[in-house]
Write a protein that binds this ligand. Structure first.
Ligand code: NAD
Ligand code: UGA
Length: 463
């Protein structure tokens, strides 16, 4: 039996470890966190994160070989392998503020491991970290002077929220980086054995530590870059009557380009894309590569532009004023099938509309609590309404901001009849049947397609 500890019971720790526990019934897995409320929620029927399929796996493993605890010190002492999946947000102060990763939680964890260890251990970086972080980790941990040895591995997580269970059950690849020393290679082999319980060996890639750390940042940068690329073209489509879905399909059919991650949208959100690209930009600057830094920075500039452009189009289309107008935002989560609203474009649009003094109503099947939290003091000016029919009643406009399938099943005729006319619908996800909505009577504004409107607003006039 191996005693496995995961420090950090957030989205990553909380969704990966139950699956690991389900595939390694002989091993004992404990997840710890400093956040007592979070641990209590993991021990209850109401898990702290919404992730399809996760409840069932937690129910099957909890109390058997999966445990949640706030006793970090004791569990460190007992562990053979420690995964660290604490948060690594963008630094908000001092050197590198607004760009570099804030490694304070990470370093505190390293010191806590050092203080409470009575045996040698493998420490696995699961959090996303700047390249060469393991060097500092090694220095801290192996400065113990009591003969203990710590092998540091990098095992970045590639799951996406909303599909975490599927991604962890059936990953495209598992990446494990370690030192080229005998002990480092042994540590790699031990972690490979754990994953090999359910992941085919040819999908387990082993590399040196720095390649592994850097690959995680690069994977996110490439994914986000595709979205910014298609969103840049969506702006051009709106000026030229080209259709972004047709363009995405036409280019995506080229196998070299590929068809995934080409959905134009109001922008990308989530806790990681922006933070990881900022981190990459900071690293490029740190290593004296300003041209490379500017190149990656543009992915974020483009995303900010897309969010701002969407909100500005709403105001322009609605006769240049939304002050006092009720606007229903359909969706607050940064993507469907999650309750996470971190960096959600929906909240950016919400902030922009509040700035214009609109009366904003948010409806979302799972993310309203987090939206209220993330909007902070602005939340007092927003109405949170679980029923989309009530949210859109007497509204001047609806904006689709998260691609929840629930929104495709609504009776839009009923919604239209309850709205102020002319009724506007801005589809920030190209989720709905625009032609049908136009026939009902809506003025429809998709992303990267000509609007379907009876009004002259964009310079196009339809019908
Ligand atoms: P999160 O904020 O949801 O969870 C982090 C948890 O760590 C929190 O519950 C926090 O209380 C806990 N923590 C912080 N310091 C601690 C300490 N000293 N001791 C014990 N617990 C502590 O973050 P997350 O979304 O799970 O992300 C964690 C890391 O994984 C980040 O580096 C992120 O970039 C990376 N990542 C996230 C995702 C994702 O989909 N969210 C995917 C891949 C990688
Ligand atoms: C992303 C990566 O996909 C994961 O591989 C990675 O592990 C994770 O970040 C991380 O490091 O945190 P996630 O942010 O959960 O996962 O979700 P994605 O599916 O990547 O979506 C990110 C954002 O891009 C969402 O706002 C989504 O709506 C948007 N998006 C995605 C588009 O606008 N268009 C697309 O074609 C795809």
């Amino acid at each position: 039996m191996t005693n496995i500890l995961c420090i950090g019971a957030g989205y990553v720790g909380g969704s990966t470890m139950p699956i690991l526990a389900s595939h390694c019934p002989e091993d004992r897995i404990v997840i710890v966190d400093i956040n007592e409320a979070r641990i209590a929620a993991w021990q209850s029927d109401q898990l702290p994160i919404y992730e399809p399929g996760l409840d069932e796996i937690v129910r099957q493993t909890r109390g058997k070989n999966l445990f949640f605890s706030t006793d970090i010190n004791r569990n460190i002492a007992e562990a053979d392998i420690i995964f660290v999946s604490v948060n690594t947000p963008t630094k908000t102060f001092g050197q590198g503020a607004g760009r570099a990763a804030d490694l304070q939680y990470w370093e505190k964890t390293a010191r806590q491991i050092l203080e409470n260890s009575t045996s040698s251990k493998i420490v696995v970086e699961k959090s996303t970290l700047p390249v060469r972080t393991a060097e500092a980790m090694e220095r801290i941990l192996n400065s113990n002077g009591n003969g203990l040895h710590f092998d540091i591995l990098s095992n970045p997580e590639f799951l996406a929220e909303g599909t975490a269970v599927r991604d962890m059950q059936n990953p495209d690849r598992v990446l494990i980086g370690g030192r080229e020393t005998e002990s480092g290679q042994k540590a790699i082999a031990r972690l490979v054995e754990i994953y090999a319980n359910w992941v085919p060996r040819d999908r387990i890639i082993t590399t040196n530590l720095w390649s592994s750390e850097l690959s995680k940042l690069v994977a996110n940068a490439f994914l986000a870059q595709r979205i910014s690329s298609i969103n840049a073209i969506s702006a051009l489509c709106e000026k030229t009557e080209a259709d972004i879905s047709e363009v995405a399909n036409a280019i995506g059919r080229d196998e070299r380009i590929g068809r995934y991650f080409l959905r134009a949208s109001v922008g990308f959100g989530g806790s990681c894309f922006k933070k990881d690209i900022l981190n990459l930009v900071y690293l490029c600057e740190h290593y004296g590569l300003p041209e490379a830094a500017r190149y990656w920075e543009q992915v974020i500039v483009m995303n900010d532009y897309q969010e701002a452009r969407f909100a500005a189009n709403m105001v322009t289309s609605m006769f240049n004023t939304v002050a006092g107008k009720r606007i229903a935002l359909f969706g607050a989560a940064f993507k469907a099938n999650t309750n996470d609203t971190r960096e959600s474009p929906a909240l950016e649009v919400c902030r922009a509309l509040l700035e214009e003094q609109a009366s904003v109503v948010i409806t979302d099947p799972h993310a309203m609590e987090n939206a209220g939290y993330d909007l902070r003091e602005l939340a007092q000016r927003v109405i949170f309404e679980p029923d989309p029919y009530v949210a859109s009643n007497h509204a001047h406009a609806i904006a689709i901001l998260t691609e929840w399938s629930q929104f495709t099943q609504l009776d839009y005729e009923r919604i239209y009849n309850s709205m102020v006319k002319p009724a506007f619908l801005f589809d920030g996800r190209n989720l709905l049947d625009h032609k049908k909505l136009y026939e009902i009577g809506f003025n429809v504004y998709p992303i990267g397609k000509p609007p379907l409107t009876r009004l002259v607003t964009y310079g196009f006039k339809q019908a």
